[in-house]
Design a protein around this ligand. Structure first.
Ligand SMILES: Nc1ncnc2c1ncn2[C@@H]1O[C@H](COP(=O)(O)OP(=O)(O)OP(=O)(O)O)[C@@H](O)[C@H]1O
Length: 904
């Protein structure tokens, strides 16, 4: 029976993702339109794997175990399902499906409402904002707002560097909504400090009246000021009836101790409030700096996107929000890895979920489905709160089902995992073993020569016949991964890391990207790169008018025309990835973040990855490595104390405070427990990736595995079930439809296709880059910019060319005419979007008289007519966008002169 509002909370390998695919397909077989089913995953990799799994399942449905599950879900006959298979597959392939990460979904919403956030819809996204730029912007804003002393005091009071304060500000910025119910008061600590010092006076006189007081004791009660008193160990004891105090002890001493403790506790509290209040004041400035930066650069981090979407959705009135929902036409929602969803992400999805589950409005037939495993929640640092799963179940009255059988691993692995975690994790339910999975092997090895042991184990597996591609090494950090890679490569073992497996790093995909860049940016360097990557001589490439064709068609045309597809599956993956980009800009500005992996069959080597990255994956043989270095002590300055999913309060971590402040002690203990849970969960994720063999390599001291109390030894028999080597399949040549490329109407399409030599192109790029890096047109700025240019392009330029660039620009900054033109606010390499084209203006000046001035740099007098056309196009574009007066100039920066030409 189909349950509209359903969740699976189940252990690793029990088939949650399997059920997600079954659910998705069941919806399609029940008549849902693929474009109305929103399936959200945590990573891009998971999203693309899900699409692939749906296609594969539909293709081989008659022999798949999913068939009976789908039939059950839909209440239909298997034959009826199979009869519809081709139709459903065709619909799926042709539909604008919505299988994506939560971040991409929010980015789409923000593009729709970007104007509410003063953003252009073509902003790009990145994992994080540029930290150095942000910091300098923030410091400037702090000065402007006259808050320098607040920042300095904050830094001094907490003995933290400004960069650490910066991290705290970012925390506050991200949790602003969750913190909004808390008030922080600024008060003075003076009275409390005085009070404590007075009580100390009482204690001192008691000691002075005690004949047996030793010199140590007399010294112990001396403090010049409150800070010295606060640093005394005895202040944090339960009673003074100990150590050197013992001899003089009278009950009155404990009364004074209690008073001192109360004052210290209260003083810490006041300081903490002052600290949070200052942080709160600065966070608004931090937010302002962030906003200015992302508006300027048109680049947002995913957390900015999430916050903005949250803010905008809260600001919109009901009708507008309804419009968004109608427009989005989401009737069914499926969520994977729900345990790692952050509270804020859930807050954004909540109205949609509620509409879907209410059975009213536009979604009377809607459904909601999510899967997760609280034991695998490892993203607390990103705002994940494991209690969210239960809360959402309660809030939406979701039916929760369990899956009890492990479909991934062999018996020895399952039983080992059960035995290790049953007494360590709350409510751990042992998993059941399938009848046909009675093998497997687990070994725990202790050896301080971790890398040597690792090489031995990898060789052991390979000798047994294991395919290198089926071996995964899971480690704690990226830098451990790098060390492991180096060590194995020294032993001539092929290694694949996250970087090598990225689709965009495959040669054929790189080639197509260069081709697209050439079509878009019209810089010859990309054409040269393209032909170099496909091993062909450079020849002219016909331009494409992107308004007349789809991006997928352009890529297909490229693959076809240059015969790039031999048996290269990377390109197939790339084609399906391309289909997810709205347009050429979205692809070119976002592709670096595409973390789709390359077609596995075409990449060979032992997989090395961090435990965090291994979530959701499975491998035949898994080796889990201890940390190569000692784990850093996790000491976040702020302790956030949650009750369920609600942030109750927060504490500033202060030494010894737990000894005199019960609330703080409780929060600290809770935090320690959560940190322990994080580590435990990460180990659980690591161990449960193995299908057949699991090897754990542990060090004898300070081991990550200490909290598991593992026993060395082995279980089962180490074998490698030799899989039949896959026979290379015959690939039919793909047939591409002919496509219409439109007319070359754009002025720029007339650009000469004459070939310039590569050196000249590099020279031009380096010259432009130096100019772009000059924050003002002076000789000093030129020296700075020259260094930046050398860092980036120095390796490909001759000495004489470097001198030439410097001389030319030096002459430029001495040119009266040029300096006159640049009086005003200068925008370098300003992006300009006009008639569906994106161009970069070398220099755009908002002159002091209010006029705009477009300046285009050229390093030679070749193609003069064409340059004029180009600048006319820019003038027209700026005029139409601003509705203000615009002038345009070409500035020829020649070897022996500067020539400025006004374009009419
Ligand atoms: N009902 C089933 N019948 C056959 N195979 C199954 C079934 N359920 C899952 N599997 C297989 O078992 C393996 C693990 O399943 P899946 O990846 O869905 O587990 P999961 O619960 O999502 O795991 P994790 O929590 O580790 O991500 C996969 O190879 C999957 O194809």
């Amino acid at each position: 029976m189909f349950i509209n509002n359903l969740a699976y909370e189940a252990s690793a390998g029990s088939g949650k993702t399997f059920m997600l695919v079954v659910r998705y397909l069941s919806l399609l077989f029940k008549g849902a339109e693929p474009s109305k089913v929103l399936a959200l995953t945590f990573t891009n990799k998971a999203a693309s794997e899900m699409s692939e799994r749906i296609i594969e399942t539909l293709e081989d449905l008659d022999s798949r175990t999913e068939l009976s599950e789908i039939a059950k879900e839909c209440g239909m006959d298997e034959d009826d399902i199979l009869a519809q298979r081709s139709k459903i597959l065709a619909e799926f392939l042709n539909a604008h499906t919505k299988i994506m990460t939560i971040d991409s979904f929010f980015t789409q919403i923000l593009r729709k409402f970007s104007l509410y956030a003063s953003l252009m819809p073509d902003f790009t996204t990145a994992n994080a904002q540029h930290e150095v730029k942000l910091m300098s912007r923030f410091l400037k804003e702090v000065s402007v707002a006259n808050k320098r002393s607040t920042l300095i005091n904050l830094s001094l009071e907490s003995s933290k560097r400004v960069s650490d304060i910066f991290a705290l500000l970012d925390d506050f910025y991200l949790k602003k909504e969750e913190l909004s119910h808390l008030k922080f008061n600024k008060t003075s600590t003076k009275e409390l400090e005085q009070e404590a010092m007075e009580v100390l006076g009482t204690l001192q006189s008691i000691i002075a009246n005690c004949k047996g007081a030793s010199p140590t004791l007399q010294k112990a009660v001396v403090a010049q000021n409150f800070d010295e008193l606060k640093a005394k160990t005895w202040v944090y004891k339960e009673s003074l009836n100990y150590w050197v105090f013992k001899k003089c002890f009278i009950p009155e001493m404990d009364m004074t101790l209690q008073k001192i403790q109360d004052a210290v506790k209260a003083q810490i509290k006041v300081k903490e409030q002052n600290f949070f209040s200052a942080l709160n004041e600065l966070v608004d400035i931090y937010k302002k700096a962030k906003k200015a930066l992302y508006i300027d650069e048109s680049e947002l981090s995913f957390s900015d996107v999430t916050l903005l979407v949250y803010e905008i959705l809260n600001r919109l009135d009901e009708s507008e929000f309804l419009y968004f929902r109608l427009d989005a036409t989401i009737e069914h929602m499926l969520l994977d890895e729900f345990q790692d969803t952050s509270v804020l992400q859930y807050e954004i999805l909540k109205p949609l979920i509620q509409e879907i589950t209410s059975g009213e409005g536009i979604c009377s037939e809607g459904s909601f489905f999510f899967v997760g495993d609280v034991k695998q929640s490892i993203y607390r640092f990103r705002g994940g709160v494991s209690a969210l799963f239960g809360e959402v179940v309660k809030e939406n009255r979701t039916e929760v089902k369990k899956l009890v059988t492990n479909y991934r691993s062999q018996k020895e692995v399952i039983e080992f995992v059960n035995s290790v975690f049953i007494n360590k994790m709350k409510d751990y339910t042992p998993q059941l073993v399938r009848k046909e999975a009675q093998g497997g092997y687990v070994e725990v090895i202790v050896n301080d020569e971790l890398l040597e042991e690792l090489a031995t184990q990898v060789k052991r597996l390979i000798t047994l016949g294991a395919d290198v591609n089926d071996i995964a090494i899971l480690c704690a950090t990226n830098s451990d991964g790098q060390a492991i890679k180096n060590a194995l490569e020294e032993e001539n073992i092929e290694v694949v890391t996250e970087t090598t497996t990225k689709l965009i790093n495959q040669r054929s995909v790189k080639a197509v990207l260069e081709y697209l860049k050439y079509l878009y940016f019209r810089e010859d360097i990309y054409k040269h790169n393209f032909f170099a990557l496909i091993d062909k001589d450079v020849s002219p490439i016909r331009y494409v008018d992107f308004s007349g064709v789809t991006l997928v068609d352009v890529v297909k045309k490229c693959i076809d025309e240059y015969k790039l597809f031999h048996d290269d599956f990377h390109l197939i993956r790339f084609l399906s990835a391309v289909a997810n980009y709205a347009d050429i800009e979205a692809l070119l500005f976002e592709y670096e973040r595409l973390d789709t992996s390359a077609a596995a069959a075409d990449i060979s080597g032992v997989r090395v990855l961090t435990v965090h990255k291994s979530k959701g994956l499975e491998y035949e043989h898994v080796i889990v490595m201890d940390r190569l270095k000692k784990a850093p002590a996790a000491r976040d300055a702020i302790i956030y104390n949650y009750d369920g999913i609600k942030l109750q309060n927060l504490y500033l971590r202060t030494k010894n405070r737990e000894l005199i402040d019960n609330d703080y002690a409780y929060a600290l203990a809770k935090e320690k427990e959560l940190m322990r849970d994080d580590s435990l969960n990460a180990l659980y994720v690591a161990f449960t990736r193995a299908r057949e063999n699991l090897i754990i390599i542990e060090k004898s001291k300070d081991s990550t595995f200490d909290l598991l109390d593992l026993q060395t030894g082995s279980f089962g028999e180490l074998r490698s079930t030799c899989k039949a080597k896959s026979v290379p399949q015959e690939h039919k040549k793909l047939s591409f439809e002919n496509i219409y490329y439109g007319t070359q109407s754009d002025l720029l399409a007339l650009e000469s296709q004459e070939q310039e030599d590569l050196q000249a192109i590099n020279f031009g790029i380096a010259l432009h880059y130096t100019l772009e890096m000059m924050h003002e047109f002076t000789q000093e700025a030129l020296q700075c910019a020259k260094n930046m240019m050398l860092n980036k392009y120095g390796f490909m330029l001759e000495e004489s060319e470097i001198d030439d660039i410097v001389q030319r620009i030096s002459r430029l900054v001495d040119s009266e005419e040029f300096l006159n033109l640049t009086q005003g606010t200068c925008y370098r390499e300003k992006a300009l979007r006009y008639k569906n084209n994106l161009r970069y203006l070398d220099l755009l000046v908002k002159k002091d008289d209010g006029k705009w001035c477009v300046i285009d740099y050229k390093s030679s007098l070749k193609y003069t007519q064409h340059h004029i056309k180009q600048v006319r196009y820019y003038i027209k574009a700026v005029q139409e966008i601003t509705d203000e007066a615009v002038e345009g100039y070409i500035c020829y920066i020649l070897e022996d002169a500067i020539k400025t030409v006004k374009v009419l």
